[in-house]
Design a protein around this ligand. Sequence first.
Ligand code: ADP
Ligand code: MG
Length: 319
Amino acid sequence: MSRVVTVEQLRKVFRLEGGDRLVAVAEASFRIDRGEVLGLIGESGSGKSTVGRCLAGLLKADGGTITWGTDHPEVGMVFQEPRDSVNGRFQVWEAIADPLLAHGMRRGRELATRVEEAASSVGLDRSHLLLNCDGLPEELLQRASIARALIRKPDLLVLDEPTTALDPDARAGVLELIRELRGNSSTAILLISHDLLAIRSVTERVAIMYLGKIVERGPTDRLFVDPLHPYTRALMESALELDPSVPMAPVELAGEIPSPMERPPGCPLEPRCPWSIEACSDAEPPEEDYGDQHLVSCIRSGEFAADTQLLARATRPRE
Ligand code: ADP
Ligand code: MG
């Protein structure tokens, strides 16, 4: 498969008024291939949107590299609130056409064809195109904002919490659309979400962020079933709770997520991790490679891999 983008050791620090430094992204490495959906999971504030914005060129990274498979990479971005992606006063066709118009394409047959193609690729038909964005149901509006992001035929589509603001039916519709886009297009997709079930249903690979760092990444099934990082394990429990037939041994994290202005030295999870040992606070743990691009930043992950009873299997049934 051909690579769309490789991100190595991405870092983004915001300098706040008063001189404080906020490490929004401490260390993020991943690659996305053509036709692939990579899920980026993490709690609110973990740095997901900042990663997406760096990829879309909306923010300049402070460290690391972003290497594209093409000389002039094109990135389309969709935000959580459809109304942040499209101008409500526009008619749907105009909202979708806008990125082409902004890049100098004239109104005419080619533009009309491109708009119709993009609209149909997201399940909108001609009758939708003349409606005003303002009056559109939220699912159709989110579809329109995806069409808008697709119209310049991007190498990468960044979807930042595209289902979070939607009601359950609209959410299901947009997830179905993402699944179709994965099958039909050569675009790579970065799907940012804290909706674990959504991520599980449409991605083949995932990366887990905690306090600005990708702590584990790899094939979706592996990370959902046999994660090797205590944080991933703790996070997955919240998702799998929905399936009471899966017996679980909870990994209980102590306390709250620290502020990104006060990242602990060493492993960011160390102060909360029930598995932490002294060495965890010495240095940021390197990524250990478990094959098939499954990488885990935990110095004890080898123990968890060797004895699945330890972390990834239930040691006691759910009460
Ligand atoms: P997520 O998308 O995972 O919720 P974000 O990437 O939005 O996380 O934010 C990561 C951290 O960076 C948060 O602590 C957030 O408050 C901070 N942050 C994001 N954008 C800015 C900004 N423009 N200026 C200062 N801090 C920011
Ligand atoms: Mg966000």
